[in-house]
Write a protein that binds this ligand. Structure first.
Ligand code: SF4
Length: 183
């Protein structure tokens, strides 16, 4: 896409990290030199891998890794949705809940007890100001509308490259041909 002066108008791309292991972001980085090729078409305006603290308005595409596990995750994904045109659930944790959702079989109190035993950290006052675990871990689409689902744990760098190449040029992607759950 070009503006009137024929300069390329770059899309605004963001990546977000909820409750995930960062493996999906590692796949993003594994695009290696192809990132440079794609970077001619986007500006990375927010991501854990850049030093931008505030999620901006008017983002064209957001890739979000991880499930919604805390009140902070929920606040963040609602804000990302509000400021993004195309929201992509990136990876099995975002799409299904995956590993973080394994705790859903247990109450939060049991999870904390299992993790910390009777250490002082389990006292409510120790959690003041920290993100609170929600009763259930949820995939992103149970909280906000998702436009594109990309399964995989993690989705491969090839998958992310093909996805971004197509989305940045305004095309569509047959995700089922690229990746699958657990891939
Ligand atoms: Fe990590 Fe897999 Fe979840 Fe991605 S989908 S955040 S690689 S556990």
């Amino acid at each position: 896409q070009r503006n009137a002066g024929s300069a390329i108008v770059k899309k605004k791309l963001a990546t977000g990290w909820l409750d995930g292991c960062s493996g999906c972001h590692m796949s993003f980085l594994d695009m290696d030199e192809r990132l440079l090729e794609l970077a001619e078409q986007f500006d990375l305006v927010y991501s854990p891998i850049v030093d931008q603290k505030i999620f901006p308005q008017g983002v064209d595409i957001s890739l979000v890794e991880g499930s919604v596990s805390t009140n902070k995750d929920e606040h963040k994904i609602r804000m990302v949705r509000e400021r993004t045109t195309m929201l992509v659930s990136l990876g099995d944790c975002a799409v299904t809940g995956n590993v973080p959702a394994m705790r859903n079989a247990f109450p939060v109190s049991s999870v904390l007890e299992r993790a910390f035993g009777d250490a002082p950290v389990t006292r409510p006052e120790m959690f003041a100001g920290l993100p609170q675990l929600l009763p259930r871990v949820r995939p992103i689409h149970e909280v906000v509308k998702v436009d594109v689902f990309v399964p995989g744990c993690p989705p491969s760098a090839d998958t992310i490259y093909t996805l971004l190449r197509e989305l940045l040029s305004g095309g569509t992607v047959d995700i089922a041909r690229l990746t699958r759950f657990g891939a």
